[in-house]
Design a protein around this ligand. Structure first.
Ligand code: SAM
Length: 463
């Protein structure tokens, strides 16, 4: 049973009126809504979940529950996401070729949707200030098969120094007081206070000051929170409009029951009614606020393709030598390569043995980089060991060199065990369960499948 603080209840009685406030409290006591998205980068796969109830307004998303061990999840074919939380990335209307920043990105629900929409063209910078959460963000982006993301872990102000007026679109899915998530996480309600709401507001303004510096003239800012508090929603948008002349853009959501932002909860600007609010009593999902704002200035120019931008120097810095290329080819030549890996030999760089295809020139980056583009694997003495991101990228297309495991073998593999396998294949193979590719493995001469599922992702035996 959700135990809401008295001051919280009184605040929403004052704002919404007695009747609607009671509707809100009743809805907050209901079970949270669960949903999932299907990855269009891996769309040839058939998932096992029901597709009876689509999430309105979002293509490729359905209500339903996904398990953390399901091969659909482990292979990056589905992402479990609260339905209302799908709308900020959708509202960004990202096009292939855009340069997009997701400034507060972990665990990556919105970054995976943005990276998917880019279809390998343009750039996603996915940033997360917390180092540990940035690792989870990296894992999720990797699992989703996104080749053109730069994952960073920086404070927004440091990122702004690196990328002045750089992005066409910036999503700020701000840290907030989280009122809209109380029914998912009832314990959080106990820490609510009006002071905390105001602390969040100040932090949001700080983050947005940095975001504005990184937006190109004419660029778009998508601001979202999962709280009901006007101080963190309409009042923030009102401040952005006043400080920077932003124009609030209408959000056209077809077939979705959604409420408008409330001008009277800020300075009364009518444009605030073009922001949107998801209330749990409207039935779609949890609480969410979304605003889309355009910075004045020239329309954004289509960005130069990464290829043009990353003009190739005559002697590429950190490029692969002929013999290194040959070592990498001893693995890659056995697989069908998706478009994102085309011309890998010319585009790859090597740093401390790590072979990767950068999405931005590494030498120019002066922030903490967690992953730059696509990591292919590790050069060791006279051999190349393919990395997990490569397996996730190869999973975008049908592969022949795959070992499909039984249910028991799949679990053992997730635990990190080696397995005996009946196959004529030798050397590096992709490993799947129910045909969902989720790892590399290596078959030794004695028919033992060595485990290449990353240690950090393995499931402990007692779980
Ligand atoms: C609402 S969550 C982001 C959820 C994410 N967009 C998603 O869809 O998976 C907000 C994130 O902001 C981060 N954060 C906290 N304080 C911050 C700050 N001062 N500057 C930037 N990010 C911050 C948190 O660590 C958290 O990961």
């Amino acid at each position: 049973m959700l135990n809401l603080p008295t001051t919280f209840c009184q605040k929403y009685r004052d704002l919404l009126g007695e009747g609607q406030a009671e509707e809100l409290f009743a809805a907050m006591a209901d079970a949270p809504q669960k949903a999932y998205r299907i990855n269009q980068l891996k769309s040839f796969q058939q998932v096992s979940y029901s597709q009876a109830r689509p999430v309105p307004g979002i293509s490729n998303a359905w209500y339903g529950q996904v398990g953390g061990r399901d091969p659909e999840w482990v292979s990056g074919t589905v992402y479990s996401q609260e339905p209302a939380a799908m709308f900020p990335a959708y509202s960004a209307a990202v096009q292939p070729g855009d340069r997009v920043l997701d400034l507060c990105a972990a665990p990556g629900g919105k970054s995976t949707a943005i990276g998917e929409a880019l279809r390998g063209q343009g750039l996603l910078v996915a940033n997360e200030i917390s180092a540990s959460r940035a690792q989870i963000l990296r894992e999720n982006i990797e699992r989703w098969g996104i080749a053109n993301a730069l994952v960073t872990s920086a404070a927004p102000a440091s990122l702004a120094a690196q990328f002045p007026q750089f992005f066409d679109k910036i999503l700020v899915d701000a840290p907030c007081s989280g009122e809209g998530m109380f029914r998912k996480n009832p314990a959080a309600a106990q820490y609510w206070s009006q002071d905390y709401v105001l602390t969040c507001q100040r932090r949001q303004q700080e983050i947005l000051l940095a975001a504005v510096k990184m937006l190109k003239p004419g660029g778009e800012l998508i601001y979202s929170t999962c709280t009901f508090a006007p101080e963190e929603n309409e009042q923030i948008v009102s401040w952005l409009v006043e400080q920077f002349d932003f124009q609030v853009q209408p959000l056209a959501l077809r077939g979705v029951k959604v409420a408008s932002g409330r001008p009277e909860w800020a300075q009364g600007e009518t444009c605030l009614s073009q922001t949107i609010r998801f209330w749990p009593f409207d039935g779609l999902g949890e609480g969410q606020f979304v605003a889309k704002l355009r910075l004045p200035g020239q329309e954004t120019q289509p960005c130069p393709s990464p290829k043009k931008k990353l003009a190739k120097p005559k002697i590429p810095q950190g490029g692969l030598t002929r013999s290194e290329q040959e070592l990498v080819a001893t693995v890659l030549d056995y697989f069908t390569l998706p478009t994102c890996l085309a011309e890998w030999a010319n585009r790859s760089r090597v740093s401390h043995g790590h072979v990767f295809i950068p999405v931005l020139p590494p030498a120019n980056l002066h922030v903490k980089v967690v992953n730059n583009g696509s990591e292919l694997g590790l050069l060791k003495k006279n051999r190349f060991e393919p990395g997990h991101q490569l397996a996730m990228l190869l999973g975008q297309v049908k592969q022949e060199r795959v070992i499909d495991l039984s249910a028991a073998a799949y679990l053992s593999y997730l635990h990190g065990e080696t397995l005996p396998v009946k196959t004529a294949l030798r050397g590096f193979v992709l490993v799947s369960y129910h045909n969902f590719i989720f790892s590399f493995g290596k078959v030794a001469g004695n028919g033992i499948l060595k485990n290449f599922y990353p240690k950090g992702l393995r499931i402990l035996k007692k779980d």
